[in-house]
Design a protein around this ligand. Structure first.
Ligand code: ATP
Ligand code: MG
Length: 267
């Protein structure tokens, strides 16, 4: 463990689809690992996007179907220590998801203390303290499963697309996070503005809207639209691996620095 403290668990949440949760989770995870931090990624979404960020379709589907995935672990309340797979990159591990994750809400419904199943599944990993960061990619919903993810997290990063509809519903989401504070003490580490297109000049306006939310930190770093992101994902690689100094890669590197500073209390 690099910064001497405990494992920090961060989830990426926004009920708005396509806001950049999976892209940010995968690329921040890679950059943190490049900075020498040991990182465990947890793919909490049936879309398998986090798994597909590092493995080709065949491998991701194989992991999703072979029984050693997050859905099976949660369903049987298993210790996730036994579900870890290594990505092709040093210091970067993954717990794969499953397409059956869509059924997890039903599974949780019948369980005692259902909000804390994921937290319990992660307990050994967190207590062992082997990882500096655990990053959890959440689906674009706000149901019982996302509450599980929030209950297992210390912090939330909220990626928001710099577009008018990107902000629609954001206030509701902050209300939701407030409403569940009794059971989930995850705090918002920051809002990350994504897919900024300078030609549209919407970024400044977007920041203005966010400044109106009292007490919500907005990361200094924001992520521009960069077509390399899509090509990198098409090749199951982090952007920095696909094209070393592409704009978004450098931005995710700066974000990693901010997150490391935040984690060590030096914001
Ligand atoms: N900086 C960027 N530049 C260009 N395209 C991007 C960028 N960030 C994300 N995208 C693209 O936007 C789409 C949505 O991104 P992503 O899947 O990360 O969002 P999400 O919030 O995880 O979506 P969902 O809610 O469906 O899980 C993807 O097709 C991705 O390739
Ligand atoms: Mg996603």
């Amino acid at each position: 463990m690099k910064d001497g403290g405990k494992t920090i668990t961060i989830c990426f949440t926004n009920n708005k689809g396509g806001s950049g949760k999976s892209t940010s989770c995968s690329n921040l995870g890679y950059e943190l690992s490049l900075a020498g931090r040991k990182v465990l990624l947890v793919d909490g979404d049936m879309q398998l996007n986090l798994s597909l960020s590092f493995f080709d379709e065949e491998t991701a589907l194989d992991m999703a179907e072979n029984g050693k995935n997050l859905y099976e672990a949660v369903r049987h309340k298993q210790d996730l220590q036994d579900y870890i797979v290594h990505t092709p990159y040093e210091n970067l591990d993954l717990i794969p998801s499953s397409i059956l994750m869509s059924q997890v809400e039903y599974e949780l419904f019948a369980m005692v203390q259902r909000e804390f199943i994921l937290k319990k599944c992660l307990k050994t990993i967190v207590e062992k303290g082997e990882y500096d960061f655990i990053l959890i990619d959440a689906p674009p919903t706000l149901g019982a499963w996302v509450i599980n993810i929030l209950c297992a997290s210390d912090f939330v990063i909220v990626p928001v697309e710099a577009s008018p509809w990107g902000f629609f519903g954001l206030a509701n989401m902050f209300d939701f996070l407030n409403d569940i504070q009794d059971i989930a003490d995850a705090s918002v580490m920051g809002v990350l503005i994504t897919k900024v297109d300078e030609r549209k000049n919407y970024y400044r306006h977007a920041r203005g809207i966010l400044d109106a939310y009292d007490g919500i930190h907005v990361f200094d770093t924001f992520i521009h639209v960069d077509s390399t992101v899509e090509w990198a994902q098409d090749n199951s690689k982090p952007v920095a691996v696909y094209k070393k100094n592409t704009r978004s890669a450098l931005e995710y590197r700066k974000l990693a620095e901010e997150v490391i500073r935040y984690g060590s209390g030096k914001r």
